[in-house]
Design a protein around this ligand. Sequence first.
Ligand code: SAM
Length: 262
Amino acid sequence: MSEQSQIRFEDGASYETYMGIWSRKVGEQFLDWLGAPPHLSWLDVGAGNGAFTALLAERVKPASILGVDPSPAQLDYARKRQDVGAARFEQGHAMELPAADATVDAAVMALVIAFVPDPAKGVAEMVRAVKPGGLVSAYMWDWPEGFPFYSVEQVIVGRGLPVVAPPSHEASRMRRMMELWQGAGLLEVASRAITVERTFPDFDSFWAIALTGPRMSAQAAGLSPEILETLRADLKALLGAEDGKPVTLKATANAVKGRVPG
Ligand SMILES: C[S@@+](CC[C@H](N)C(=O)[O-])C[C@H]1O[C@@H](n2cnc3c(N)ncnc32)[C@H](O)[C@@H]1O
């Protein structure tokens, strides 16, 4: 199996509007819950375009942040951000982190664990890189219902069209997350669900953003304008959206944390 998911994240700017905003909404509550002290060295696994990295820089007074991601396009965007402090970014993947054993204080995967080919190995890699007593944590949309664009998936499936799920989507479920963290030998393992809301100015702006997602943009390229219009109308009806009125959506992520023994 390839080390990177078949779902490609190749546009850092559109990712920001599509998912970065959502990620930070969850990330704010996640970091409050994590309660990490200041001045830690952080490993941000699957840092992507730096959406969550920026939150780390702003909120936890990090001593350092290393963001790791396989996507050159996402990293390119992350490196140009003005809001990530002194964070460094390296190309790499969760299955073989570019960090020596027991060298960082905290490792985190923000919206990543469902994309890694072998989640247990991904957690083991974070445990390997973190010092004894350090933190290993993650959050991921509760797939599929918790995903912010679940309604879009519903209308696609409703028309008999395929949707591609993240390769390890079962790792997004709370029970599985707990098993992964406990199975990796982590201590004080705890989890919680985090529900957030986002309001789009109107249905058209929501639809335009939905079309930029990594899976939807690939799929939409192969659909006729007529089918796309049908999906749009289905979605508008499903959401009960009215012309020119704001559209508010909810999404739920599962979060997990644990401490490296010693
Ligand atoms: C939904 S994005 C999350 C990005 C960012 N952490 C955030 O909170 O917005 C998922 C990221 O996981 C990355 N990814 C996919 N497969 C990976 C792997 N095997 N190891 C590390 N990152 C991976 C993708 O390139 C993408 O940037």
